[in-house]
Design a protein around this ligand. Structure first.
Ligand code: FES
Ligand code: FES
Length: 394
């Protein structure tokens, strides 16, 4: 059991939690906040949606053990919220519910949508709501209800709700990363979805608004000069990223790339472009990029900075990576919190292993398979259980 302190609906809660306990189980069973419903319990249906630090998230795949210090709002905590009051009335008026099982998650997500995008149209609402499933209504009444509240707010300023302040960025050393390249290589290749026309994406560097930020660090057993040379070759760097490939030859300063990511039954194929800004004097560089997954209409804007330092008297290199990204659209719910950080840590582990192989002149082990967030989540849960049972057995 790990002691945590979190704020739930404005109340500070001190508790001790087991690593495997989901946030949904915690609020329902420990706090009796049963307005949060559980449907699929693996992050697909959206019935369990709550706000974590103001942004919608699936509480069935969020874990209190990783949310120490976070601010959680469940449907009960929005009882007096004025936008929620308008949505409740609109759902009733427009017949936006029948059995009501999906409704708490729908309402939490709908509130986020109308706050962020006042005045949006039906098509945009359907895209935004793609992560919330309803078995009864056929969605028509739900869309009408959300549209009516969004239309009422058409003249109002959008509210940014997608900040990520769940926890400070994690520092992960290679010793704490349990994923081996072979585990990721075992993921079955998925069919590639057509990516967006690459030339259409504007890559001018610009500040990211409320990005999710991640910091990772790993060592590779090769001198810094050798690692630097590899980092100057975009084709070799992209080849080390699971599920990624160059869509067109690079001139060394710009890249056109595609990356396939799987999350349970969902698959996204981001196509995008980036520019590389090296800083040889400081053994560092930055890549600015943008991409779009046309199937889900999700967009990502990202900045990746790296810095190479010497370790082991120059025989090895410490690679520090800072990633900042903003994901918009239906996949945005999957992009934050503990899952995203764990995913980033495991992606970094796979990248480090592939980089190591590439520096030895070997083929990267896991580059051809898409990054499977679902299997990585499973691996994460297995790791927690293993550690828990290890402790219980002394
Ligand atoms: S119960 Fe959490 S997404 Fe379905
Ligand atoms: S109203 Fe029954 S599942 Fe949506």
């Amino acid at each position: 059991m790990k002691p945590i302190r979190i704020e739930i609906n404005g109340r500070a809660i001190d508790s001790a939690v087991e690593p495997r306990q989901s946030l949904a189980d915690f609020v329902r069973e420990e706090l009796l906040l049963t307005g949060t419903h559980l449907g699929c319990e693996h992050g697909v249906c959206g019935a369990c949606t709550v706000l974590i630090d103001g942004a919608p998230a699936r509480s069935c795949i969020a874990y209190p053990v990783a949310l120490d210090g976070a601010r959680i709002t469940t449907i009960e905590g929005l009882a007096d919220d004025p936008v929620m009051a308008r949505l409740r009335a609109a759902f009733t008026r427009e017949h936006g519910l029948q059995c009501g099982f999906c409704t708490p998650g729908m309402l939490v997500m709908a509130r986020d949508i109308v706050l962020r995008r006042p005045g949006l149209d039906d098509e945009a609402i359907r895209h935004e709501l793609a992560g919330n499933l309803c078995r009864c209504t056929g969605y028509t009444g739900i869309i009408r209800a959300i549209r009516s509240v969004a239309a009422e707010r058409a003249g109002e300023a959008p509210v940014v709700t997608r900040g990520c302040a769940v926890a400070p960025p994690v520092q992960v050393s290679p010793l704490t990363l349990p994923v081996t390249p072979s585990r990721i290589a075992a993921v079955a290749p998925a069919p590639v979805i057509d990516a967006a026309p690459l030339a259409a994406v504007d890559v001018r560097p610009e500040p990211l608004r409320n990005p999710v930020e991640l910091v990772e660090e790993f060592d590779v057993p090769a001198p810094r000069e050798k690692v630097w040379a590899l980092f100057q070759d975009p084709a070799r760097v992209i080849a080390c990223l699971p599920g990624a490939r160059l869509a067109a030859p690079s001139d060394g300063r710009s890249i056109n790339a595609e990356m396939v990511v799987k999350l349970g039954p969902m698959q996204a194929a981001f196509g995008g472009t980036g520019i590389i800004v090296p800083d040889p004097e400081n053994w560092s560089g930055t890549i600015h990029g943008r991409g779009i997954d046309t199937r889900s209409a999700s967009r990502v804007q990202a900045r990746l900075s790296y810095r190479l330092g010497k370790v082991a008297d120059g025989a090895g290199t410490r690679v520090g990576v800072e990633v900042a990204y903003v994901l918009q659209g239906p996949l945005a719910q999957m992009s934050r919190g503990a899952i995203a950080r764990d995913l980033a840590a495991r992606l970094t582990a796979a990248f480090a292993a592939n980089l190591d192989a590439a520096l030895k002149g070997e083929a990267p082990a896991s580059a051809s398979a898409p990054l499977d967030a679902g299997s990585l989540l499973l691996a994460m849960i297995k790791g927690w259980l293993k550690r828990l049972f290890g402790r219980l057995s002394g």
